[in-house]
Write a new protein. Structure first.
Length: 217
C-alpha cells in the first residue's frame, strides 16, 4: 500500500514531468528559496499560537518544500531522493547518540554536550567553532549562536562591564526582563534612525573574525 509520503513524492514527480504543471517545472532551488523561508516562519507562528491544526498544515507546506528541492536535485543526481535524505538523518541520529544506540555511558548534560560536539567536529572536519553558523541568519540568532559556540574560548563580544551594568539595572535575568531590554534597545535605535539588525550583524561579523583570529585562522 502506498503511504502518504510516497503519494506526495509521486505527485511532485508528475508536477515536474512533461505534461505536468509549467510553473512547478520551471522552479529552481534559487527561485524556491523565499518560499522555504516563508513556510518556516509560518510554522514558527503556528507553534507560537499553539494551534495544532495550523501547525499540521504549515508543517505539510514545509515538507512540500523539502520534497520539491529533493525532486529538483534528483534531476541532476539520480541518487538524490527523499529516502536518501531520510536515511542520512537516521544515520546521523544514531551516530550522534552513542549513549543510546551503543554501550557508551554518559550520565550528565555536560558529558552529552561534549560527546555531541566531538562527534560533530569529527564529521564536519571543521577548523573553527564558527563553521556551520550561517551568516545569513537573523542577526540576533547569529549573535546567540556565535556567543554560544565561543563560550569556551573566553572571547567577549562586548565590554564585560556593560553586561554587568545591565545586570545591575534589572532585578533578575528572566525572559521578561531580557525581552524588555531588547525592546528598549530597539526603541533607542529607532530614535536615532539606526537599523538594529544591520548594526548587530556588522558587529557579529567583526566578532566572527575575532574568534577565527584567536583560533589562528
Amino acid at each position: 500500500m502506498t503511504t502518504p509520503i510516497q503519494q506526495l513524492v509521486e505527485v511532485m514527480d508528475q508536477l515536474r514531468s512533461p505534461g505536468g504543471c509549467p510553473w512547478d517545472a520551471e522552479q529552481t532551488h534559487a527561485s524556491l528559496a523565499r518560499y522555504l523561508l516563508e513556510e518556516t516562519y509560518e510554522v514558527l507562528e503556528a507553534m507560537d499560537l499553539g494551534d495544532l491544526d495550523s501547525l499540521r498544515e504549515e508543517l505539510g507546506d514545509l515538507l512540500l518544500q523539502v520534497v520539491f528541492h529533493a525532486r529538483i536535485a534528483q534531476e541532476t543526481d539520480p541518487e538524490f531522493s527523499l529516502d536518501a535524505i531520510a536515511q542520512g538523518v537516521v544515520d546521523k541520529l544514531v551516530r550522534r547518540h552513542p549513549h543510546v544506540f551503543s554501550d557508551l555511558e554518559l550520565s550528565t548534560s555536560e558529558e552529552l554536550e561534549a560527546s555531541w560536539t566531538n562527534i560533530k567536529a569529527t564529521e564536519k572536519q571543521r577548523d573553527s567553532v564558527t563553521d556551520g553558523v550561517p551568516a545569513a541568519m537573523p542577526a540576533l540568532q547569529l549573535a546567540a549562536q556565535l556567543i554560544y559556540r565561543s563560550r569556551n574560548l573566553n572571547i567577549l563580544p562586548t565590554q564585560n562591564s556593560l553586561k554587568e551594568e545591565l545586570r545591575g539595572v534589572i532585578s533578575e535575568v528572566s525572559e521578561l526582563q531580557i525581552a524588555e531590554l531588547l525592546i528598549a534597545t530597539v526603541e533607542l535605535a529607532r530614535e536615532k534612525d539606526i537599523d538594529p539588525e544591520s548594526v548587530l550583524r556588522a558587529e557579529m561579523t567583526k566578532y566572527r573574525a575575532k574568534i577565527r583570529k584567536s583560533e589562528g585562522l
